[in-house]
Design a binder for this molecule. Structure first.
Ligand SMILES: *[C@@H]1O[C@H](CO)[C@@H](O)[C@H](O)[C@H]1NC(C)=O
Length: 287
């Protein structure tokens, strides 16, 4: 009798422990915002899929608002002929002077490379595009795309390799996102007027529905509450570890980033002297 009860207690405790130490559940962290059933939670919330057809795309957003964070997500992008489709995955605040940190994946014909498009908006102003090819097929498997956003810098990483850094240069008069809490957003939509080869290749609707998948969301972040306070923690086990708030880019990291940029970067606003004929944005000439 007693031993069964103890066993039962143990299994209860064990399942509780399991639940709290597993990677977070999408249903707990995100709300589906649009798409009329085209966005779905699967496998008990371990997987989320977005889909796009001729009628509509779909999207989701985080329940939480964050004021700084280290946010990882694994994505598997629309396979096959994905030309014309865009999968956007970004952080954004609200309003006309919003801040935004963007990953956008521009689809392509089968076998042709996706473009990873990135941008940073501060106080409503963007125009800071950098684009990359990836060193793997982002549709064959899940890969992780991370944003580290702390008071010193914003770092974009792909599978742990830093690809782009936006430094806090407030002391030099350049706005930096640090006052406006942001949510995570993602959407899959049709952008065949510009996405693939500048709009030349249109979406082939006979291939619809187009599907992108998400798993293993992990955040160490300061969660903002409407009372104006912010509590910093992590959704993983070491919930008091806030070393990410001070995490920089060491010289090895710098070198890895430079190498990736020289091999895979296909557009850099900081090199576009034609576009910025009146002078490059100030952050391009500092550092
Ligand atoms: C699609 O493939 C073409 C041809 O290789 C390439 O020029 C282009 O950058 C690729 N990506 C997009 C999104 O257009």
């Amino acid at each position: 009798m007693a031993s069964t009860r103890i066993l039962f207690l143990f299994s209860l405790m064990f399942s509780f422990f399991m639940a709290s130490s597993f990677a977070s559940n999408f249903q707990q962290e995100f709300d589906i915002t649009w798409g009329d059933g085209r966005a779905q939670f699967l496998n008990n919330g371990e997987l989320l899929t977005l889909s796009l057809d001729k009628t509509s795309g779909s999207g989701f957003k985080s329940k939480n608002q964050y004021l700084f964070g280290k946010i990882d997500m694994q994505l598997k992008l629309v396979p096959g002929n994905s030309a014309g489709t865009v999968t956007a995955y970004y952080l954004s605040s609200l309003g006309s002077t919003h801040d935004e940190i963007d990953f956008e994946f521009l689809g392509n014909l089968s076998g042709d490379p996706y473009i990873l498009h990135t941008n940073v908006f501060t106080q409503g102003k963007g125009n800071r595009e950098q684009q990359f090819y990836l060193w793997f097929d982002p549709t064959a498997d899940f890969h992780s795309y991370s944003i580290l956003w702390n008071p010193q810098h914003i770092l974009f990483s792909v599978d742990g390799t830093p690809i782009r850094e936006f430094k806090n240069l407030e002391s030099r008069g350049i706005a930096y996102p640090k006052d406006q809490p942001m949510r995570i957003y993602s959407s899959l939509w049709n952008a065949d007027d510009w996405a693939t080869r500048g709009g030349l290749v249109k979406t082939d609707w006979s291939k619809a529905p187009f599907v992108a998948s998400y798993k293993n969301f992990n955040s160490q972040a300061c969660i903002w509450s409407s009372s104006g306070s912010s509590s910093c923690s992590s959704s993983s086990n070491n919930s008091n570890n806030t070393s990410w708030l001070k995490e920089g880019l060491d010289s090895t990291g710098q070198q890895r980033m430079k190498r990736v940029q020289s091999k895979y970067m296909i557009y850099n606003y900081c090199s576009d002297t034609k576009r910025f004929s009146q002078g490059l944005p100030p952050e391009c000439t500092l550092t």
